[in-house]
Design a protein around this ligand. Structure first.
Ligand SMILES: [Zn+2]
Length: 182
């Protein structure tokens, strides 16, 4: 029997999309393409605006997948527009993490290693209406969530199309951020 219609997931570390078969326990899954990968479950962000389609081992004590566990701050979801923005930046971030893993690089969250780990702050304006300073410091990558909007990036002078290798917007302070060098 082919995989269930509409059920697909990405096995973190394998960077491979596969259809899924229900596992023996509730909310567990097996990869059609790689049943030897063992019992898996969906990332807890599947049903969030991030719409994460990654999987993690069923016995993992984390609720979130490798990519989602890099989040230090997520956008304010009481702002409706941030739902779509967050989905876009998470899609770009998962692509980046999959590329890093496929290159054989370790992706370690700051929650595991504060000194050398990676983390993301996806934030908006503060209480005074000031936009955050985007950038990269010690593995902490800060992104103004409004930069997920194409129109906002164009207005700020940024021509980047890849959110995972982006600039800070103004030509005077433009700096390319690549987490591969974090
Ligand atoms: Zn996830």
């Amino acid at each position: 029997m082919p995989g269930l219609l509409g059920n697909a997931g990405l096995s973190a570390g394998k960077s491979r999309l596969s259809s899924l078969q229900p596992g023996p326990q509730p909310d567990t899954w097996l990869l059609d393409a790689e049943p030897e990968a063992g019992l898996l479950r969906r990332c807890a962000n599947l049903d969030s605006p991030a719409a994460c389609n990654w999987l993690l081992p069923a016995d993992d004590h984390n609720a979130l997948c490798m990519a989602c566990s890099l989040n230090h701050t997520i956008p304010d979801l009481t702002i409706t527009e941030n739902h779509e923005r967050w989905r876009k930046v998470e899609t770009a971030k998962r692509r980046l993490v999959a590329q890093l893993v496929s290159l054989g690089l370790q992706v370690i969250p700051k929650t595991v290693d504060e000194d050398t780990g990676l983390a993301f702050d996806f934030i908006g304006v503060d209480l005074e209406g000031q936009a955050p300073t985007t950038g990269h410091a010690n593995g902490l990558i800060t992104l103004d969530i409004k930069e997920a909007d194409d129109a906002h990036r164009e207005k700020s002078g940024c021509r980047c199309t890849n959110l995972t290798a982006r600039c800070s917007g103004t030509s005077a302070t433009r700096s390319v951020i690549t987490t591969g060098t974090a």
